[in-house]
Design a protein around this ligand. Sequence first.
Ligand SMILES: NC(=O)c1ccc[n+]([C@@H]2O[C@H](COP(=O)([O-])OP(=O)(O)OC[C@H]3O[C@@H](n4cnc5c(N)ncnc54)[C@H](OP(=O)(O)O)[C@@H]3O)[C@@H](O)[C@H]2O)c1
Length: 281
Amino acid sequence: MTYAVTAVSGQLGAEIARKLIALPGGARVVGLARTPSRVAVPGIEARPGDYDRPEQLRTALAGVDALVIVSGMAAPELRIQQHRNVINAARAAGVKKLFYTSIIGPEEGSRFSPVVRSNRQTEADIRASGLDWAIGRNGIYIEPDIDFIDSYKARGEIANSAGQGRCGYTTRPELAHAYAALLTRDDVNGGVYDLNGPPMSQTELAAHLNRAFDADLVYREMTPEAFVEDRSAALGDFIGPIIGGIYEGIRQGVYDRPGDYAEVTGRPHQSWGDYFAAFRP
Ligand SMILES: NC(=O)c1ccc[n+]([C@@H]2O[C@H](COP(=O)([O-])OP(=O)(O)OC[C@H]3O[C@@H](n4cnc5c(N)ncnc54)[C@H](OP(=O)(O)O)[C@@H]3O)[C@@H](O)[C@H]2O)c1
């Protein structure tokens, strides 16, 4: 089997490629990247693969049996066509199975919904492709909360609009483990799987961070409007509302679900106790 992963210059694509390389039996792994010079995964064959370049994608997918499409980062309306370019190239190149890293989220009623709907459109395009397929819907990454620890500590708080909502976060390595499992199973064709860990509140998250990083954070609830304003001031008018919309979804309970992680991988998702313990000095 020859497996391929798109966006292998990014964090999730690289993690998935590492897991595929490590599979027993020594699979051949091709990594597609818009920027091949950023690829840092030993043992894979890196090929140019820009979502905006259909011909390049078709060439890059020659000889590939199964492809993981990592969702792009462009604005929702651009992303749909970019993903279509990959699906069409896969079909033209003779790829047999598609896997897609979609997202869990509110399809209506939040500022994140346009991104979620663009992911659902790609899911529909994959279903209509005529190829075999399986779709993972990813939980929200926990890693940004680790990246923000210094700023949380400086403020003494985690402040956002999640309220008492619980979120089934996940990690990129756990997601990569799940995609490697999906690729190697022959009984998942036509399946859609929620890939997330145990749901956790912001108060519980603060407690984990406090233990892991010797901090004294408290959780403060903000209104959705105030949080969007805060994030837009810090991150700009594209990403700010998206982040605000994700926390609106948490507040609405959209991410408070057990998910299908154990069904896909045959083991539970890593616990948050174990995840945060690795950061303790
Ligand atoms: N679940 C979550 O909480 C969450 C959070 C953020 C994002 N996401 C989604 O998950 C995806 C993967 O996340 P990540 O952590 O791996 O993000 P990342 O580390 O920022 O990587 C993004 C990747 O997308 C690639 N890319 C962007 N535009 C492209 C194009 N036109 N053609 C080909 N590749 C392109 C980038 O390539 P270059 O190296 O060329 O820039 C990079 O490899 C994101 O793209 C986004 O859709 C999910």
